[in-house]
Design a binder for this molecule. Structure first.
Ligand code: UD1
Ligand code: MG
Length: 452
């Protein structure tokens, strides 16, 4: 919102016990990014937009994730879990700085968009003291219900405190709110805990705003945008919603997908033009796919950059740190890790290339392995441009294969190979004339051969 400063407080102190996981709830991933990353990604950013995250005691990994995503954010610890209003006040120091708008969002509600945050702020400009994000829940059980009179919101009733009549209301509290910064602290500090759970409910802010003679309003959104995640089943549902969005965005951007419902994307996947992704491809975080590249079926790609017109798979695995140049070809049952393959490199079948650099147009034969690990340390393999590595070669790192060098099939290469050299490391072949015939005769002398 131009001209208005904001502070977004993201509540993320939840234990997440219903996730049945030792990991803090907000660090669970949807589309390759933590729940927290999605919320922080949608929160207002740029000049005049401050951010605070309220975390649970001992949840340093949440503080670390916050810093990674938004170095300008401040983490506050809520030492006791006494309710959502209590959690907001953990960030009192940040709130007291007095931004024009105070936004409160939940770290376990990852599908919210930046546009919705802006929609929620709009009524503040027009004089509302509080705008609450609401949605019509298919099943509102467990949500706070929004009590509305005319165009004004008069109260939010939590499930545990609601009458039968109030429980029939479908319009529910999404948990995201925007306060006018001038009255926010006064309102939140007035919230008490006289309710059936003895918790400080942020939802009581509405009634207090009314008592002060100020105005509260509802801004509605779809249920899909505000799904809160408390269980692994809800995490999986959110993943489906997010995947549907990402597939649609990819199709709209011109990506060809024959069966988009079988393709898994990450929130940060980037595509050039004329990219094709065949069915049953899984793309994890940190992947960029340049113009004209094709990812064939059953490939798994994470933290990799795929060059123009490159071809990957079917059945390829690109692990973190893979960079493929233009026109590179990675075929079936090939695994690449922490390796740069320059333009035109071919690794067409059954190979492992890890901790390596492969120069332009090199050809890596079927079954080639870079032996990068000696049981203690990882070592690098450097293959020059235009080199030809014969099938079933083992390149024992650290080792360098020169440009234009040629490795005979089946070699175990332990020493550097100069440019344009031919290296063959295997025992000499012995042909015994008539040997096969003699062998057969010996085996059949006393018995009939088995099988057909
Ligand atoms: C809350 C709302 C409810 C709304 C629903 C939407 C309140 C009292 N109720 O209920 O009206 O319909 O969300 O999903 O606000 N948290 C803390 N510290 C606390 C308590 C909570 O950080 O002491 C955080 C949680 O980590 C979570 C968020 O606040 O991210 C919401 O808490 P949760 O316990 O999930 O509230 P709900 O019962 O879902
Ligand atoms: Mg919740």
């Amino acid at each position: 919102m131009p001209g208005r400063t904001s502070l977004t407080v993201v509540l993320a102190a939840g234990e997440g016990t219903r996730m049945r996981s030792s990991m803090p709830k907000v660090l669970h991933p949807v589309a390759g990014q933590s729940l927290l990353a999605h919320v922080l990604g949608a929160a207002p950013k740029g000049a005049g937009a401050a951010l605070a995250v309220v975390i649970g005691p001992g949840h340093e990994p949440v503080a670390d994730e916050t810093k990674r995503l938004r170095p300008d954010a401040v983490a506050f610890i809520q030492h006791e879990r006494l309710g959502t209003a209590h959690a907001v006040l953990a960030a009192r120091d940040a709130i007291a700085r007095g931004a024009d708008d105070l936004l409160v969002a939940f770290g376990d509600t990852p599908l919210i968009s930046a546009a919705t945050f802006e929609r929620l702020r709009a009524p503040l400009k027009d004089g509302a003291a509080l705008a609450v994000l609401g949605f019509r829940a298919a099943d509102p059980t467990g949500y706070g219900r929004l009590l509305v009179e005319g165009d004004q919101l008069v109260a939010i009733r939590e499930q545990a405190d609601a009458s039968a009549e109030e429980r029939a209301i479908k319009l529910s509290n999404a948990g995201v709110m925007a306060f006018d910064g001038r009255t926010a602290l006064e309102v939140i500090e007035k919230i008490g805990n006289a309710n059936s759970k003895g918790e400080y409910y942020l939802s009581d802010a509405v009634a207090i705003v009314r008592q002060l003679g100020l105005k509260a309003v509802v801004i509605e959104t779809s249920e899909d945008e505000v799904r809160g995640i408390n269980t692994k089943a809800q995490l999986a549902e959110a993943e489906q919603v997010m995947q549907t969005r990402l597939r649609k965005a990819a199709l709209d951007a011109g990506v060809t997908m024959i069966a988009p419902e079988t393709v898994y994307l990450a929130a940060d996947t980037t595509f050039g033009s004329d990219v094709t992704i065949e069915p049953f491809v899984v793309i994890g975080r940190g992947v960029s796919i340049a113009d004209g590249a094709v990812i064939h079926s059953f490939s798994h790609v994470v933290q990799a950059s795929i060059g123009k017109k490159a071809s990957v798979g079917p059945y390829a695995r690109l692990r973190p740190g893979t960079s493929l140049g233009a026109g590179a070809r990675i075929g079936n049952f090939v695994e690449i890790k922490a390796a740069t393959l320059e333009a035109g490199v071919k690794v067409n079948h059954l190979s492992y290339v890890g901790d390596a650099h492969v120069g332009a147009n090199a050809n890596i034969g079927a079954g080639t392995i870079t032996c990068n690990y000696d049981g203690f340390d990882k070592h690098r393999t450097d293959i020059g441009s235009g080199a030809f590595v014969g099938s079933n070669s083992s390149l024992v790192a650290p080792v360098k294969i020169g440009s234009g060098a040629y490795i005979g099939s089946g070699s175990v290469i332990t020493r550097d190979v100069p440019d344009d050299a031919l290296a063959v490391e295997r025992s000499e072949q012995a042909n015994r004339e008539g040997g096969a015939k003699r062998y057969r005769e010996m085996k059949t002398r006393d018995r009939k051969p088995k099988g057909g």
